[in-house]
Design a protein around this ligand. Structure first.
Ligand code: HSE
Length: 311
């Protein structure tokens, strides 16, 4: 095999209570990518459509993630005698809050790993894809790249050492994600955060993280909903997102289990039980932005159990 075509899924990071540690994988929103093994050594980004992104390997998140992986491969296994070309077909907008850079980073390392005969596990690949996130936002968080690679829900239990736990999603869980068409850079959305939290807020937050994980394992939809609360980040970031309070309130009034900022925003997500409710929430959210005369994109998706996949 010398060429591989991939679906690189969008993801929702944080999930309200789990800043930088929780994420889930979407099923019907994502990019495509072609990765090709060539005789000329090195990594080259040969084509990008759908976004104005740099082709230079060291300035492109897929390039940086791929280089990190090849360097590790040479340390772990043997010298590399081939090179790789990457074509990226972007559908996820940069700065949308649904893991645009993560999709590209995850796709590149997954594709190269397949063409090398799968020397690394999907979990191993997370550490390389994180280098793309570092380039994109200044911080090597894993809460988008982990679900993009592993599918389902993921928890980063620890960054050092990296310890990632994949959690199955209850069958009937659906996500609705609305993207008001403004760009919010993750680095800007991180700059509004405080570096310390009160013990009172921390107690509420880790109670909810535990609750959300327990709810996923026991398929307790009400517990999942009760746990989708963010005491720390949402109050500081929501002011950057037009109509946030009204969209969230509308989602809850239309049956959402919970709603919050998707990743670093400006997208807003809601989780619900069943596609019918997820569609109803999408319609109601759309009406809010239509009344505000604000262009938007909306996705209704089941949780993608697989992560990046070969097309
Ligand atoms: N956890 C990261 C943040 C996700 O919220 O800054 C960025 O998509």
């Amino acid at each position: 095999m010398t060429e591989i075509k991939l679906f690189c899924p969008a993801t929702i990071a944080n999930l309200s209570c789990g800043f930088d540690v929780l994420g889930l994988c979407l099923d019907n929103a994502g990019d495509e990518m072609i990765v090709r093994k060539v005789t000329q050594k090195g990594i080259r980004i040969t084509k990008i459509t759908g976004a104005d992104l740099p082709l230079e390997t060291e300035k492109n998140v897929s390039g940086v993630a791929a280089v990190a992986m090849l360097e590790a491969y040479e340390r772990d296994f043997e010298p590399i005698t081939v090179g790789f070309e990457i074509e990226i077909y972007k559908h996820i907008k940069a700065g949308s809050g649904i893991g645009s850079s993560a999709a590209s980073s995850a796709g590149a390392v997954f594709g190269i790993n397949e063409l090398l005969g799968r020397p690394y596990s999907r979990k191993d690949l997370v550490q390389f894809a994180m280098q793309g996130e570092k380039l994109a936002s200044g911080n090597a968080h894993a809460d988008n790249v982990a679900p993009a690679l592993l599918g389902g829900f993921t928890l980063v239990r620890s960054y050092s050492p990296l310890d990632i736990i994949r959690i199955d999603s209850p069958e009937e869980l659906f996500a609705t994600v609305v993207h008001p068409q403004i760009e919010l850079k993750t680095s800007d959305a991180r700059s509004v955060l405080k570096q310390t939290v009160s013990l009172k807020s921390a107690i509420m937050q880790w109670g909810n993280v535990g609750g959300l994980i327990a709810g996923l394992y026991t398929k307790d939809y009400d517990l999942i909903g009760r746990s989708l609360h963010d005491e720390i980040v949402e109050p500081l970031r929501s002011v950057l997102i037009p109509g946030f309070d009204l969209i969230k309130q509308t989602a809850l009034e239309n049956g959402a289990l919970g709603s919050g900022i998707s990743g670093s925003g400006p997208s807003i997500f809601a989780l619900s039980r069943g596609k019918e409710t997820a569609d109803k929430i999408a319609k109601a959210m759309s009406e809010v932005y239509e009344n505000m005369n604000l262009p938007y994109e909306i996705h209704v998706s089941k949780i993608n159990p697989d992560g990046v996949r070969i097309l």
